[in-house]
Design a protein around this ligand. Structure first.
Ligand code: PEP
Ligand code: MG
Length: 875
């Protein structure tokens, strides 16, 4: 039976036998990548080991030896050689990844003699000894079950004695002493000498990995994740390669395309004479990969070829870790590379053009929410900038804010609504809370793949890193660039697309949509079945919405038009009117203003529908605040104010008091207002159709649809529809033009959902107002819940997500489905859409597709996101 496979003997689809890691190493080897050679011991061998009463199956040891001999040939080193020893790693690798559950041993093959060989081969005695002491600890811990704290105590003791902090500060003499003490610990605790025979080490290690399949952690992990116990683990034995053996060695990380812009050029960095951690840790600032072309032309060419192979194979941009040992390139890992939204778009579109993927795949590759990054502001290119330094452009977007050096402080200020730029020498995972609250990140050390850069890109946050010109002084809370000093609290700006660091605030401009963005969205438009409209209530917003591809306006709120400075007094006149005549007089003054509003919006949306919602909020929102009014009146009285003014204010106060509601959100608002005062809606409808008639006369294709809010009962809608139709017909007669009349309703209360079949015959369309529908279905005040208790619900996992952001599909969604079905049964021509905040949220959009909605409507800036999400939902 074959128990052992060389990497070149395996394939990606042999995960059952070789485990996930083994199969991937085999795949990479077979597509021609220079993977450090190695072998995989099968999961069957593991299972046989258990079936045999924890004995190796017959033939396994011989097969391991044979395969290892092949590996030695490939790499040109010998296991146990005293001059240039082959060292290996031994790792577990089950069919399903079980991160950290089983054991790993590195640097296996070291002993008292080979360690000297390694020291000579690397001309680095310190390094060789450090590898050896790590190996003794790891091996003793994993194989011989010596508790690792014993070793750590020894190390600490030496560090203390020498007064140093870090392992790498220990000198050669100390490390020799450490090795001696480590071996003594093993002898004492395990009752055996640390094995010096490399083959014995290897076989013991393989057994230990087999055993680790049944350690407590692994068993629990399998139970939780539903992984069957009988699968067993494979064992990978792989040649160790070192990037720190001298100046013809190095290590690096590179992306096959630029992860920031998507440009199809290699992008990455490397360090000569270094190990993997050194690049990521940001202790030395690495060289850009392009320099490798001059420094090691052959290695570079080879690497370029590898990148090509990998992209063609995986059909996506790859993030590759490599090591150069003595001028020879090795690929240690490849995975799909993380990227900014701009890069994701460019890469997806380029790969379609290169014939690597199809359009559907391209659409599915883009995370809709990530497009947010592209819809952000950037520095006005015409602005005069006081550029003080330049670092690496690590994550695009621009930000201004006050300088802060500490993550805790960044968090505190950020939560207070202040804009800060977190300035650090480098960042670590401990700084994450500060990064989240900062507008942008600036570091003085570390490259494009340093922690700060990777994290910022993931969050779509501007970041400039490796800006070595700035000298940070944490103690005095300042940084210096040349002669200039920036203290904590000073305002700076950073541009993550150019790497510029700029003094002071800078003017920003709105984003534009790139050609790739436009193209990908046009593919999305071909696929999606739901229309995407915008919530907009000014001609400017309407124009912006059109620019982002909105197919009409799904919600034009009219209350903002009532709030304008010049209108508020007239609106107040209307509200304070004692009788119908007075009210109509005020409304007559508002009519031409509203007509002008609608004229502008309908014109900006020519050719597309505009759903205009009639007045919705409770009227007291247009009146002064009660307490303020009382204070004002009292002050006037005490200071001998004009009695006529005082009298008028007192009148006002009386009315304000009369209109006061305990629960205005559940009060006299929406269509309830028009049941009491139909003339308000009549004026609005008149304005809508007058504007439309005028536009039609001017040859503009204006398409208004009247939308009645907060309906709960068919009879409300019947009456208000009748009113609307009557007014519309009057206007048509007056202007002598025909305009198609459309009257629909918002569905935003549970009763409306439940009686949708009764309401639908009076409606041309339903538009779900999921803000109110969520508020009323949950019984949570939408204005208060988020500040008061929502976080508790999320923290305690009562809710997985905030239902005001992501649609509560099981509750609110169920009502929506019910209303859609009932509504369409009663009125097959009924159009159904959504205009609550959820209309621009990808998960909610998926639900809308499932519920069979005809359109979604969201804020203009979310229109591109909705177009893409709707396409994905339709696929
Ligand atoms: C809604 O309730 O979802 C809605 C769109 O209306 P508003 O937010 O204006 O109440
Ligand atoms: Mg509402």
């Amino acid at each position: 039976k074959k128990w052992v496979y060389l990497f070149q003997e395996g394939k990606a689809d042999m995960r059952d036998l070789l485990g996930g890691k083994g199969a991937n190493l085999a795949e990479m080897t077979n597509i021609g990548l220079p993977v450090p050679p190695g072998l995989t011991i099968t999961t069957e061998a593991c299972n046989e080991y258990y079936a045999n009463g924890q004995q190796f199956p017959a033939g396994l040891v011989d097969q391991i030896k044979e395969a290892l001999a092949q590996v030695e040939k490939q790499i040109g080193k010998k296991f146990g050689d005293e001059n240039n020893p082959l060292l290996v790693s031994v790792r577990s690798g089950a069919k399903f990844s079980m991160p950290g559950m089983m054991d790993t041993i590195l640097n296996l093959g070291l002993n008292d003699r080979t360690v000297e060989g390694l020291a000579r081969a690397t001309s680095n005695e310190r390094f060789a000894l450090d590898c050896y002491r790590r190996f003794i600890q790891m091996f003793s811990d994993v194989v011989l079950e010596v508790p690792h704290y014993q070793f750590e105590t020894v190390l600490e003791k030496h560090k203390e004695r020498l007064g140093v902090h870090y392992d790498h500060e220990l000198d050669v003499a100390t490390l020799r002493e450490v090795v001696k003490e480590y071996k003594a610990i093993t002898r004492r605790e395990a009752g055996v000498d640390f094995p010096q025979d490399p083959m014995e080490q290897l076989l013991l290690a393989v057994k230990a990995v087999f055993r680790s399949w049944n350690n407590q952690r692994a068993i629990v992990y399998r139970k939780i994740n539903g992984i069957p116990d009988h699968l067993g683990t494979a064992v990978n034995v792989q040649t160790m390669v070192f990037g720190n053996m001298g100046n013809d060695c190095g290590t690096g990380v590179a992306f096959t395309r630029n992860p920031s812009t998507g440009e199809p050029v290699l992008y990455g960095e490397y360090l000569i004479n270094a190990q993997g951690e050194d690049v990521v840790a940001g202790i030395r600032t690495p060289q850009p990969i392009s320099t490798l072309q001059a420094e090691m032309p052959e290695v570079y060419q080879q690497f370029v070829a590898v990148c090509k192979i990998l992209e063609n194979h995986y059909k996506d941009m790859q993030d590759i870790e490599f090591t150069i040992e003595r001028g020879k390139l090795y690929i240690l890992q490849t995975r799909t590379g993380k990227r900014t939204a701009a890069a994701a778009l460019k890469i997806a579109v380029d790969m379609v053009n290169e014939g690597l993927i199809d359009r559907k795949t391209a659409i599915q590759r883009i995370e809709p929410a990530s497009l947010n990054q592209l819809l952000h502001r950037r520095i006005d290119p015409n602005a005069k900038l006081d550029v003080v330094a330049k670092g690496l452009p690590a994550s695009p977007g621009a930000a201004s804010g006050q300088v802060v050096f500490d993550a805790d402080e960044a968090e505190k200020l950020g939560l207070n609504g202040e804009k800060v730029i977190l300035v650090r020498m480098e960042t670590t995972p401990d700084d994450i809370h500060g990064i989240i609250q900062a507008q942008g990140i600036l570091t003085s050390r570390g490259g494009m793949t340093s922690h700060a850069a990777v994290v910022a890109r993931g969050m779509g946050k501007p970041c400039v890193c490796g800006c070595e010109a700035i000298k940070i002084d944490y103690e005095n809370e300042q940084f210096q660039v040349g002669e200039r000093v920036f203290r904590k609290g000073d305002i700076i700006s950073i541009d993550g697309a150019t790497g510029q660091v700029i003094a002071g605030q800078v003017p920003m401009i709105d984003p534009e949509i790139s050609a790739e963005f436009e193209l990908l969205l046009s593919w999305a438009d071909e696929i999606r079945t739901m229309k995407v409209r915008a919530n907009a209530d000014t001609p400017e917003d309407a124009a912006k919405a059109r620019q982002f591809g909105a197919e009409g306006i799904g919600l034009c709120r009219t209350e903002h038009m009532f709030m304008a400075q010049d209108r508020l007094p007239i609106v107040q006149e209307m509200i304070l009117a004692e009788n119908k005549e007075e009210r109509e007089a005020a409304l007559a003054k508002l009519l031409p203003m509203q007509r002008e509003d609608f004229y502008g919006i309908l014109k900006a949306m020519a050719g597309y529908p505009v759903y205009i919602r009639l007045l919705d909020p409770p009227l007291h929102e247009f009146l002064p605040n009660q307490e303020e009014l009382v204070v004002e009146i009292t002050t006037l009285k005490l200071t001998g104010g004009d009695p006529a003014v005082i009298k008028a204010k007192e009148q006002l106060l009386k009315k304000v008091r009369a209109l006061h509601e305990f629960n205005p959100m559940l009060g006299h608002r929406g269509c309830r207002l028009a049941i009491t005062w139909p003339e308000i809606y009549a004026m609005q409808v008149r304005a809508i159709y007058q504007a439309t008639a005028q536009l039609i006369k001017e040859g503009v294709d204006a398409r208004p649809e009247v939308m009645i809010p907060l309906v709960i009962e068919a009879e409300e809608l019947r009456k208000l529809r009748e009113l609307s139709v009557q007014v519309a017909k009057e206007v048509m007669a007056e202007y002598g033009v025909e305009v198609p009349i459309s009257v629909g309703t918002m569905i935003e209360l549970p009763r409306a959902c439940v009686t949708a079949d009764e309401i639908a015959p009076h409606a041309d369309y339903f538009s779900f107002g999921t803000n109110d529908l969520t508020q009323t279905t949950l019984g949570f005040s939408r204005d208060d819940a988020e500040g008061k208790f929502m976080q508790d619900y999320l923290d305690q996992k009562i809710f997985a997500e905030n239902p005001f952001i992501v649609l509560d599909t099981r509750g609110v969604g169920k009502l929506m489905k019910m209303a859609t079905q009932l509504g369409r049964q009663a009125n097959p021509a009924l159009k159904v859409g959504i205009c609550g905040e959820h209309g621009g949220e990808p998960k909610s959009i998926f639900f809308c597709q499932e519920a069979g909605l005809d359109y979604v409507s969201c804020s203009p800036y979310r229109v591109p996101i909705a177009r893409l999400a709707a396409a994905q939902a339709a696929l």
